[in-house]
Structure formats: C-alpha cells, structure tokens
Design a protein around this ligand. Structure first.
Ligand SMILES: Cc1ncc(COP(=O)(O)O)c(C=O)c1O
Length: 369
C-alpha cells in the first residue's frame, strides 16, 4: 500500500458512495486507460472476468475455437471453457518465453485450411515480459482474428515504447493480491472501441435493459468493480512507476548474485522491451549446477521462503489435455522445458536488500558456489 488508499476510501465513505458505483470507478477507468494508452476501460471484479467479457463481446460460443498461450496461469484459458468453446494451446519461444509466432502461424494456417479460424487469440505477457507483439499482431491482422492481450502480469511493461496491454483489440489487467498493484481483487478490460467497453459495463451489471422496471434480454454477470476497490486502485496506480523500479531492482540483485553461474539462465528481456519484472524467473540446468529447481525450492521452503516452479503449461494440465497443442516446432516444446527447469524467486516490491540476501545465501549454498 502507498498510504493514499485510505484517503480515497475515506472520500467514498464521506460521499456515501460505498457500492456499487461512484466517482472512483470512472476515474480509475480513465486513469488506467490513459496510463496504458487505450481510449476506454471497464473496471471489473477480476482479470478473469475481464477475459470472460472480452470473449463474450467477440461472440465466442460452443463450436468456436480460441487460441491461447500454453505457458500461463489457468485463468487465461478458463473463460474459454466457461463459454464451452475449444481452446487450442500455443507454445512459447525462447526469447520471451511467450507465444511463439512460428507456432501461431502453423495453427492459423491449419485453421484457415479447414475454414475454421479462431474467434480470438489470447496472448499472455508472462511474468511482465512482453510477447513478440509485432509478429503476433501482424499474424492476427493477416488472418483478421482479434487479439486479447492478457497483461495481468505486465502492467507497466513496455514494448517498443508502448505500454503492455495496448496491442490487442482488448487488453486485460488484474489487481489481485499478488500483482504489481493490487486492489485486494479486481481487473480491467481496455479497448479503443467505445461501444465494446460500454457493452462490457452493461454485461458486468447483469445486462439490465434501459427501462424503469428491471428488464433483461440477455445473460449478464455481476462483474463490476466497487467504488471502494476502485479508490484503492487509484492510489495504487499513482505508484506504478516506483513499483516497476523496485521489482527491477530485485531482479538486478538476483542477477548480480547468480548471473555468472553456469547453468542458471534468467528469463530474457527482449531488446526494445522494458519488463516490469513482476517475478524474477530463471531456469536451473541440473547437469551444469548439480541440483534441480525442486530441491532449491524445498531448501528455501525449509527457511519459510516461498519460491515456485514456473507455471505448468496448460497442455500438461488434466483440465486441458484433450485439447490441441502447437509446440514451437514439431517434437520441440519450449514451454515444457521452461516448466521442467524454471522457477520464480520471491520478488515483492517491498523486499529489502537484507531479505533478499537471505534468499541469495540459501541459493548459493544449494548451488555450492
Ligand atoms: C496471466 C494471468 N491471467 C489472468 C489472471 C487472472 O487475474 P485475476 O486473478 O484478477 O482473475 C492472472 C492472475 O491471477 C494471471 O496471472
């Protein structure tokens, strides 16, 4: 927290706009869309809700396919299943760990041949690193398929001087507890299409038709962000640049400690991008270091320090194993390797050098350096 959250919450109480709406909601939408560089935004209850609304706005339904990055948190793809559509999972490439244009191109070509192009492509910017947006946007445009940019983890990151989350037809953001800014829980859907965002607000408040009585012609959701939550978001957003700087400092301290160790590789930062380094992620090659990432995670856990493996790719999840998967190349899956060797280190913005020294010492002991 920055300290200003209480001010905004107090203002909402003083004006007696506790819920559902009030001035903070509109202001937070405006401030976030200005920051990201998109024209419009709808504040909602979670990043997952924002993805779900994007799919609804694109008329995704049973019988449709939606392409999605495989190396991601399950929330990126769950809304595809809510709509009973078919996810097709796309592998990563090594330069960003994000969706591989090579694999997306093969998937698009195959889909085109059968005359069944996807209704949308969900591109994730993992751990703050932007995907290869130019190539991915060009491909989506070539096949005229809208992109939903999942920027839940990448608020504040930049690609080619533009903010992450501003490249797709829709951008989605999350403010859940572990994100770079948090409202305790919340999300945002952004777009340059005003009509779409207005429709998102309508759908997120139970799709109430304009009538004095309560009238409904289509299915809606209770997805709108409350005024209190939006007040927290406004104060948090004021601190975003500082948070990015803090996370990058955490990353640099780890890099200084382990960067020269043979067998340790940090998640790269693609030239022309600026990552918020939401989490510091790295791979540990057991053949070179003599230890695998699980043993390191366990050693940290024994000292009450939480580290986690890189997301288990969706094509390896029981929930998604029946669905098609396009690896980077035939017989070469990049996300499987990232999962097998990858781990995320404690990366909170409020970690001081002393906290981090504890993590580093344990790791160096385990790595026998
Ligand atoms: C990549 C990614 N997409 C989507 C989400 C969903 O966001 P939320 O937890 O706000 O629903 C998250 C985080 O939880 C995420 O990490």
């Amino acid at each position: 927290m920055t300290g200003n959250e209480q001010e905004y919450i107090k203002e909402a109480f003083d004006l007696n706009w506790i819920a559902p709406l009030g001035n903070h909601v509109g202001a937070f939408e405006q401030e976030l869309s200005d920051y990201v560089g998109m024209d419009h935004a709808a504040a909602v209850s979670s990043g997952t809700a924002a993805i779900h609304l994007a799919l609804r706005l694109l008329d995704v339904e049973q019988g449709d396919t939606v392409f999605c990055s495989s190396l991601t948190f399950v929330a990126s793809a769950n809304p595809i299943l809510y709509e009973k559509a078919e996810p097709v999972l796309i592998d990563s490439e090594r330069d960003t760990w994000n969706m591989a244009p090579e694999a997306l191109e093969r998937a698009m070509r195959d889909a085109d041949k059968t005359g069944h192009l996807p209704k949308a492509v969900i591109v994730v910017n993992l751990y703050g690193q932007c995907a290869k947006m130019k190539e991915l946007v060009d491909l989506c445009n070539a096949y005229d398929v809208p992109m939903i940019e999942d920027a839940a983890e990448s608020l504040g990151s930049e690609y080619d001087g533009r903010k992450s989350g501003s490249f797709g037809t829709f951008g989605i953001f999350s403010f859940n507890g572990n994100k770079i800014i948090t409202t305790s829980g919340g999300g945002m859907l952004t777009s340059n299409d005003e009509a779409m965002i207005q429709k998102a607000r309508f759908l997120s408040t139970q799709a109430r038709d304009p009538a004095l009585h309560y009238q409904h012609s289509e299915v809606g959701f209770n997805y709108r962000m409350s005024n209190i939550v939006a007040g927290i978001g406004r104060a948090q957003l004021e601190a975003i640049e500082l948070r990015v700087q803090q996370r990058r400092e955490v990353f640099h301290r780890y890099q200084k400690a382990f960067g020269d160790i043979d067998g340790i590789e940090f998640m790269p930062e693609l030239p022309g991008t600026h990552s918020n380094r939401w989490l510091t992620a790295l791979t540990v090659d057991p053949d070179k270091t003599g230890i695998d990432r699980t043993a390191i995670i366990q050693a940290l856990a024994e000292e009450n320090i939480e580290a986690r493996p890189v997301w288990k790719p969706l094509h390896r999840q029981p929930l998604f194993e029946e669905y098609r998967y396009y690896p980077f190349q035939e017989h070469h899956s990049v996300s499987d390797t990232s999962f097998e060797y990858g781990m995320c280190l404690p990366s909170g913005s409020n970690m001081d050098a002393e906290d981090q020294e504890r993590v580093i010492d344990i790791m160096l002991t385990e790595l026998k350096v």
